[in-house]
Design a protein. Structure first.
Length: 248
């Protein structure tokens, strides 16, 4: 009887069915996620795409139930040919190009400040930065309508006192008024994500850098920011998605 070699053992393993019990364990654990992902993600997206290829039709006086027909890319061609739609898309992209970098920069600066040892009452200021995110939408709308409306806004009154007249709801400024609200609401949320990543970093690295003579600026720019870059990218992705959702 010959001694089985490694090649013989590998050949036997290859001949065994892939659906053995120990191989099914992984599929068993992944199955709940896959079911939820397919039912609540893939199927709705697929149905939305299918609906976008349909056109609703009415017959007679509109009393009968509406029908639908397959239109292919007709809806997309009509939308892209609508100047109002295209200008709305471009306006939304302009908002994202300007507002997202400003918001992430402020969130990063706040996170670095709260992570430093030179800021007092950190918990209070962290809470104050996060409070706008916790505001209900109705309350935030009432607050900013009060701050933006002429005659009742203390900001407009202060600007008029120094001979500056700004209509925050005018055609040329309303987009940036909205950007200001979005920045106010989401900076604290993104700050917490970056701050949590900073708190997870080992402190030995910073102590070693200070012993070597690195300044606070060098520690922040050459050590902290590169190490929390994945968190910054995550907040950027979330912010871009949120900006795209603002179109509606």
């Amino acid at each position: 009887m010959g001694i089985p070699t490694t090649q013989t053992f590998a050949a036997r393993q290859a001949r065994r069915p892939w659906f053995r019990r120990k191989n099914l364990v992984g599929y068993f654990f992944v199955a709940p996620f896959m079911v939820i992902f397919i039912v609540f993600q893939l199927i709705p997206v697929g149905y939305a795409i299918w609906q976008s290829l349909q056109v609703t039709t009415h017959s007679g006086l509109g009393i009968a139930a509406a029908g639908s027909r397959f239109a292919g890319l007709e809806n997309y061609a009509q939308a892209l040919g609508d100047q109002e739609f295209v200008s709305g898309i471009l306006r939304m992209l302009l908002l994202g190009v300007v507002q997202v970098p400003v918001m992430l920069f402020l969130a990063l600066v706040l996170a670095l400040l709260f992570d430093s040892s030179y800021v007092f009452f950190k918990k209070f200021f962290q809470f104050a930065a996060f409070v706008p995110y916790a505001f209900p939408g109705i309350v935030a709308s009432i607050l900013w309508s009060f701050l933006y409306l002429p005659g009742v806004s203390p900001i407009i009154a202060a600007l008029q006192a120094i001979n500056l007249k700004i209509d925050f709801l005018g055609p040329g400024t309303v987009l940036w008024s909205i950007a200001n609200i979005v920045t106010w609401q989401w900076t604290g949320y993104n700050m917490l994500i970056i701050f949590s990543a900073l708190q997870a970093l080992p402190q030995d690295i910073f102590e070693a850098a200070r012993i070597e003579g690195a300044s606070g600026w060098a520690v922040n720019t050459r050590i902290k920011i590169p190490l929390v870059l994945p968190a910054i990218i995550l907040t950027a992705v979330f912010s871009i998605i949120g900006t795209l959702q603002l179109f509606s």
